[in-house]
Ligand binder design. Structure first.
Ligand SMILES: *[C@@H]1O[C@H](CO)[C@@H](O)[C@H](O)[C@H]1NC(C)=O
Ligand SMILES: *[C@@H]1O[C@H](CO)[C@@H](O)[C@H](O)[C@H]1NC(C)=O
Ligand SMILES: *[C@@H]1O[C@H](CO)[C@@H](O)[C@H](O)[C@H]1NC(C)=O
Ligand SMILES: *[C@@H]1O[C@H](CO)[C@@H](O)[C@H](O)[C@H]1NC(C)=O
Ligand SMILES: *[C@@H]1O[C@H](CO)[C@@H](O)[C@H](O)[C@H]1NC(C)=O
Ligand SMILES: CC(=O)N[C@H]1CO[C@H](CO)[C@@H](O)[C@@H]1O
Length: 419
């Protein structure tokens, strides 16, 4: 496997504070643009972090904007002549119930719920991109499987989602976790780290990845020195106590290598504690935070020790940087996320410097694969599309090999960089 070097450029982190960012009634579905074929997006733009109010998760904002930008680019080309792609983006706040509600809302036809043996109903939304977290993606995938509405997630990596019987309409642009946990165990064995601590989140993603890792670690003769589970819900009352207890456990343990299978917000909370106590370890990152620029840019991050992890291969997104530097809402479209972002008064290149924009490659791939499927379905040639855009969602046949587009690669990422 290739060894990629990713040098983290440190800088200051500008927290984005939206005050009432997760105001569901306003932002439930915060962006849309009309089109002949609508793409639904279940975003998780706002993630709640206790004590700090609401912080915008800029990485997710950028991923969402990558979807809009790719749709605009396709519209502004002759790829689907005469057919305009639209989008409908709902903020699920990483919450499964919200995600179901938003999905129902997207698939409602004529104001009424889609359901009732309605394989042939024709909602305007034909395909859904998202949600981000496996925990939520699993639930939405169950619902969409009923009606065979195609779904593509760009980050949900839970192994269970590979089951074609249970989730026939689900695809993703990232590989399943089974590859990741194997790679993590091999990495540890390679460096002869055979005594490691593991911290994981109390959700489907964390638990499955943890179990997978334990099995793979056994094969590689890597022993688990301690394991600790953190609550999935960031609003959990005792999260700070839990983090402090965890910090003590890490400090007291003889294991100098700790694998963190956590959401990036929790990783930052833990690192805050480590930085405060001036403790350094070797940290192994799961894909959920391995590319987190916000974490890499934390004040004092150089004190926590080396961080290594895996991430997914990324690629260029032509024109996206320019788009982010000059965000605008085209006539006829609505976008509360961009409006709120603009109210912040961030500098022109805030997004491009805060987020590694190549991480939004999966979003571009997801939209392109939808466009390819539509080109085929609508029988488009260079000048026209002969097909009718009023079709039931199950007719969209995405290429199942999309999941191989972005293979897993070694990404060596170290903040305290010494050679
Ligand atoms: C659309 O395409 C034209 C020609 O390729 C280009 O000049 C224009 O800037 C594009 N507009 C947008 C909104 O991308
Ligand atoms: C929507 O509802 C109206 C009135 O209830 C009905 O006339 C119309 O045919 C419905 N349209 C579709 C697409 O079902
Ligand atoms: C860690 O060690 C300290 C002092 O040795 C002790 O007070 C504390 O209870 C230990 N914490 C854990 C979580 O074992
Ligand atoms: C942190 O720990 C390192 C090494 O253990 C030590 O050199 C450094 O002085 C400590 N820094 C602070 C602020 O305590
Ligand atoms: C493209 O398709 C349209 C409608 O199906 C047809 O009228 C036209 O001749 C086709 N053009 C080319 C170049 O094949
Ligand atoms: C054909 C069409 O509707 N093209 C539009 C697609 O979206 C871009 C950006 O919003 C517009 O500039 C195009 O006019």
């Amino acid at each position: 496997m290739l060894l990629w070097l990713y040098i983290v450029i440190s800088g200051t982190v500008l927290w984005v504070d939206f005050g009432t960012g997760c105001d569901y009634s306003v932002n439930k579905c915060g962006a849309w643009s009309d089109g002949d074929v609508q793409i639904g997006v279940l975003s998780s733009c706002f993630s709640k972090v206790e004590n700090v109010g609401y912080r915008e998760h800029v990485g997710t904002l950028v991923r969402m904007l990558a979807i809009i930008h790719t749709i605009d680019t396709i519209n502004n080309s002759s790829f689907l002549p005469g057919v305009r792609l639209g989008y409908y983006i709902c903020d699920t706040c990483s919450d499964a119930s919200r995600a179901i509600q938003s999905t129902e809302h997207m698939l409602a036809t004529n104001g009424s719920w889609f359901g009732q043996c309605a394989l042939n109903q024709m909602p305007r939304v034909k395909v859904i991109i998202g949600p981000r977290y496996s925990e939520v993606a699993l639930i939405v995938a169950r619902l969409l499987a009923l009606y065979m509405v195609p779904q593509i997630s760009t980050s949900a990596s839970a192994e269970a989602l590979s089951d074609r019987q249970r989730f026939p309409a689900f695809l993703r642009t990232v590989p399943s976790d089974i590859h990741q946990t194997k790679a993590l165990a091999k990495l540890m064995s390679h460096f002869k780290w055979d005594w490691v601590g593991v911290v994981y989140g109390d959700d489907d993603y964390g638990q499955n990845a943890f179990q997978g890792f334990v099995a793979d670690a056994q094969v590689e003769n890597v022993c688990v020195a301690f394991k600790e589970r953190l609550p999935y819900n960031l609003n959990s009352m005792d999260i700070d106590t839990k983090i402090r207890e965890l910090a003590n456990k890490i400090i007291n343990s003889s294991a100098k290598v700790v694998l963190l299978i956590l959401k990036e917000e929790l990783v930052r909370k833990l690192f805050d504690e480590m930085i405060q106590q001036n403790i350094s370890r070797t940290w192994i990152a799961s894909d959920s935070w391995s590319m987190s620029q916000e974490t890499a840019q934390m004040d004092g991050i150089n004190q926590v020790g080396n961080i290594l992890g895996f991430s997914f291969i990324t690629g260029p997104n032509p024109g996206f940087e320019e788009y982010l530097q000059d965000l605008s809402i085209p006539p006829g479209a609505e976008n509360k996320f961009i409006e709120q972002y603009k109210q912040m008064g961030a500098s022109k290149d805030y997004l491009t410097t805060t987020v590694n924009i190549r991480t939004a490659y999966g979003e571009r791939m997801a939209v392109l694969s939808i466009a390819h499927a539509l080109k085929k379905l609508l029988k488009c040639n260079e000048t026209a599309c002969a097909g009718d855009t009023n079709f039931p969602p199950w007719m969209v046949r995405l290429n199942p090999h999309i999941s191989h587009i972005i293979p897993l690669r070694y990404l060596f990422f170290s903040v305290a960089f010494k050679f």
